[in-house]
Design a protein around this ligand. Structure first.
Ligand SMILES: *[C@@H]1O[C@H](CO)[C@@H](O)[C@H](O)[C@H]1NC(C)=O
Ligand SMILES: *[C@@H]1O[C@H](CO)[C@@H](O)[C@H](O)[C@H]1NC(C)=O
Ligand SMILES: *[C@@H]1O[C@H](CO)[C@@H](O)[C@H](O)[C@H]1NC(C)=O
Length: 203
């Protein structure tokens, strides 16, 4: 009994470090940092947004303004097979866009797998974990780099395989889903675990 209470106390302590979770159809995506030594940590809590490049083709970047609204999208079968997508409405009138992780044979000029928000279907396998509210793709790692694109500087999002190295000057991020009260549903959307606003107790 004493051992059980002790373990329960430890568990509660560990849980207390994370903001409360809930679930919602729509969420924002924000970065968190495991390491304290990167200046890029200044973007902790910024929203994932898009950097418009050409019609139907945007880079996924973080902004200190209000970002895009995302939702988990797929059929029941796709959710159980982990081939569902993460979508976000865009354009006017709005239609579905998706988060796209560049294929291994479609890297940028520096050999990195950039993340896009493009119109149409997202990359199958982009998911929100049941707990905690982490956005993940396969077993790899997301990271951010400061880049200067055609229309100016941005903090852009990339993904790498677990075995690959994060490039110098870039920083690994954990992507987190943050709940929105917006109850808008889509044909293939379903509720995702997400963190509750106003409860970011971490530093
Ligand atoms: C947001 O970012 C822009 C461009 O990086 C900067 O000029 C502005 O001061 C920032 N605003 C806030 C509130 O941090
Ligand atoms: C990239 O790989 C995919 C399969 O993963 C293949 O279908 C596609 O044709 C390849 N593209 C190029 C440009 O080689
Ligand atoms: C949403 O899921 C449906 C069903 O699989 C698919 O047809 C559609 O392309 C997906 N949309 C996005 C934006 O990923």
């Amino acid at each position: 009994m004493a051992v059980f209470l002790f373990l329960a106390a430890i568990f509660t302590l560990v849980i207390a470090q994370l903001p409360d979770t809930s679930s919602s159809f729509n969420f924002r995506i924000r970065p968190d940092f495991a390491s304290y030594d990167s200046p890029l940590r200044a973007i902790k809590g910024w929203d994932l947004s898009s950097y418009h490049l050409s019609p139907c083709y945007d880079y996924a970047v973080f902004t200190n303004q209000t970002g895009r609204i995302f939702y988990a999208n797929g059929t029941a079968e796709e959710f159980s097979d982990r081939t569902s997508t993460i979508a976000s409405d865009g354009g006017s009138p709005p239609w579905p866009w998706g988060i796209v992780v560049s294929a291994a044979n479609a890297t940028d000029s520096k050999g990195r797998r950039q993340v896009y928000i493009d119109c149409g279907a997202g990359t199958p396998g982009m998911s929100v974990a049941d707990w905690p509210a982490t956005v993940y793709y396969q077993t790899g790692t997301f990271y951010v780099c400061e880049e200067t694109f055609l229309y100016g500087p941005a903090i852009a999002l990339y993904w790498r395989e677990k075995v690959d190295q994060t490039p110098e000057g870039c920083a690994n991020v954990e992507l987190q889903a943050w709940c929105l009260e917006d109850e808008t549903e889509h044909e293939f959307s379903r509720k995702s675990t997400c963190y509750l606003e106003g409860d970011d107790s971490d530093d």
